[in-house]
Design a protein around this ligand. Structure first.
Ligand SMILES: Nc1nc2c(ncn2[C@@H]2O[C@H](COP(=O)(O)OP(=O)(O)O)[C@@H](O)[C@H]2O)c(=O)[nH]1
Ligand SMILES: [Mg+2]
Length: 308
């Protein structure tokens, strides 16, 4: 099976709930008029694309209909696919891959996000990618809030063959990161992946803790963490993006990793994230296995949800 076919399979629910519905209203309409455009707009909104990006898409669609005198509804479908690809390709022209590694090492990446979004699992997946490229990887268990968190990361470390620095339940995450980075530098690790907690007593506490980790990391390795990835659960749609905003303000987030795109109809959420948060989707996850991650490729993603 080709990569595109595999992706299509994983994104089938999104295809069915969103693009297939568009195809259906176009088929039933038979002609291009205001009602048809309105129906398409409603579907885009319901598919969790977000209001802004939907307006952009609809404006563009109306413009194309006018300019190219599109009168058959059949054409609308492929025009729409192309509009979404074009918008995303513009937004994504300068993003690097998730296995990016500069000359200066160790390269430190911190993962943040609400509890249960898939941070720990995603770390295993990213570790797996770097390891496959022959890089050494150190995992850091800085989620000291949940008792089982360290154990979960430990199991993943064994599975993928990464090193790990653990922590005691309740330990200060910033000191865990301090000793981990000191050791990573001494042992010349290529990549350090930091797992963090998703829930504390209050949101304010969590943000303060993450900011403290940031400051501490920067003290040990200048300008680290070099990347901070925000992990968002696609099944929560626009709500997930709303929650994510809490992280965007205090932290400097370099990319979103969108998880659980398998088995959700809300995959349309990927289309509006860059527009809404001004942060690119770096990677998408479509399952619980270590290889269920891929770099976000706008064109492939849109083709996978549009094409049967
Ligand atoms: N179906 C699916 N499940 C996922 C994906 N990513 C994570 N999960 C599951 O989501 C649950 C929470 O993941 P975890 O990594 O513990 O989240 P954390 O609390 O953010 O660290 C686990 O059961 C994972 O197996 C994904 O891409 N697809
Ligand atoms: Mg976790």
């Amino acid at each position: 099976m080709s990569i595109l076919d595999k992706l299509k399979k994983k994104l089938a629910k999104t295809h069915n709930s969103f693009v297939k519905r568009i195809a259906e209203v176009i088929r039933l309409s038979g002609k291009v008029n205001e009602d048809l455009i309105q129906e398409i707009e409603d579907i885009l909104i319901q598919a969790d694309l977000g209001v802004n990006i939907t307006s952009k898409i609809i404006d563009e669609l109306e413009e194309k209909i006018r300019l190219h005198k599109i009168s058959s509804s059949d054409e609308i479908y492929s025009v729409l696919e192309k509009i979404i690809i074009d918008i995303l390709e513009m937004e994504y022209k300068d993003t690097s891959g998730i296995d990016y590694l500069p000359d200066q090492k160790p390269y430190v990446i911190m993962f943040v996000g609400v509890n249960g979004t898939g941070k720990t699992t995603t770390i295993a997946k990213v570790a797996h990618q770097y390891l496959a490229n022959g890089n050494s990887v150190l995992l850091v268990a800085a989620d000291t809030f949940r008792a089982a968190a360290h154990k979960q990361l430990d199991i993943w470390a064994k599975n993928v063959g990464a090193d790990i620095i653990g922590s005691k339940h309740g330990a200060d995450p910033a000191s865990v990161v301090y000793s981990a980075l000191t050791s990573a530098q001494a042992k010349e690790f290529d990549v350090v992946l930091i797992d963090t907690a998703g829930r504390l007593h209050t949101k304010v506490n969590l943000m303060k803790e993450l900011e403290k980790i940031n400051r501490t990391a920067d003290k040990v390795i200048k300008n680290s963490p070099h990347e901070t990835y925000l992990v968002i659960d696609a099944t929560t749609g626009q709500n997930g993006i709303q929650q994510a905003r809490n992280f965007v303000k205090p932290l400097s987030i370099s990319g979103v990793i969108l998880t659980k795109l398998d088995g959700t109809a809300k995959g349309g959420v990927a289309i509006g994230i860059k527009d809404k948060l001004d942060i690119p989707v770096k990677a998408i996850c479509t399952g619980e296995q270590v290889d269920d991650i891929r770099q976000f490729d706008a064109k492939n993603f849109v083709r996978a949800i549009f094409e049967d």
